[in-house]
Ligand binder design. Structure first.
Ligand code: ADP
Ligand code: MG
Length: 235
């Protein structure tokens, strides 16, 4: 079953007097439980694609379905609620809240969007912190963590709401080689454990070798779809 469907998606940004065509007609469907990536040069439209799928922005033209719901014409309030219930986000710069501890950062989306009772909340946060190997750091603040540790916390935060879909924009861009591999491995493990769909945007060749499907994005179009057979068969 397709979790994400894009039908003839176009996106123009208005910059002063000019309209910048960032996406020029994208058709795509991504199945539930897949581990896929948009790959392409800077400026090709990867972040724009993730923002649209993540209901953070609206297309100029076309339709987007996520988990069976048409998201392209939802209003702000509805799309915020939909995102909170269905989508986890991971960013290049981790985007942790500096004044909150590791535990509180992971707790945050549960308080903000989801109505989870306190006891259940605590168990879920502790379970996830254990899964990402951050139990011992739970009372530390982001400034006290390494890049790899911050990204582990960001993964836990993205998964704590038990989303159907996780979107990660250049999640390894600020990590060294070994840490990047570990972080990808962790996301792969989480994908299998929770049957969560992961969609990355990257130009990092380390990720390219680790995903099931690679969509090459060039100048606002998907120019190539490559299935990484070996990884698909392992599942
Ligand atoms: P990528 O993530 O692949 O680097 P983006 O999706 O960020 O690409 O950008 C695609 C194109 O859209 C680029 O030409 C970029 O300059 C333009 N763009 C992105 N965001 C905006 C914006 N907010 N306003 C105007 N142009 C934008
Ligand atoms: Mg980008």
């Amino acid at each position: 079953m397709s979790l994400v469907i894009l039908e003839n998606i176009k996106k123009n940004y208005i910059s002063g007097e000019v309209s910048v065509p960032a996406l020029r007609g994208i058709n795509l469907s991504i199945d539930k439980g897949k581990f896929v990536s948009f790959v392409g040069p800077s400026g090709s439209g990867k972040t724009t694609l993730l923002n649209l799928i993540g209901c953070l922005d609206k297309p100029t033209e076309g339709k987007i379905f996520v988990a069976g719901a048409e998201v392209n014409n939802m209003n702000r309030k509805t799309s915020a609620k939909f995102r909170g219930d269905n989508i986890g986000l991971i960013f290049q710069n981790f985007n942790l809240i500096p004044v909150l501890t590791v535990y509180e950062n992971v707790e945050y989306p549960l308080i903000m969007v989801q109505d989870v009772p306190p006891e259940k909340r605590k168990q879920r946060i502790l379970d996830l912190l254990e899964k990402v190997g951050m139990t011992d750091q739970k009372d530390k603040y982001p400034a006290q963590l390494s890049g790899g540790q911050k990204q582990r916390v960001a993964i836990a935060r993205a998964l704590v709401t038990e989303p159907k879909l996780v979107l990660a924009d250049e999640p390894t861009a600020n990590l060294d080689h070994d840490t990047a591999y570990k972080v990808i491995g962790l996301m792969h493990h989480m994908e299998k454990e929770f049957n969560t769909t992961f969609i990355f945007a990257t130009h990092d060749s380390k990720i390219v070798g680790e995903v099931e499907v690679i969509y090459t994005v060039e100048d606002g179009l998907i120019t190539k779809t490559h299935e990484n057979k070996k990884i698909g068969e392992e599942k």
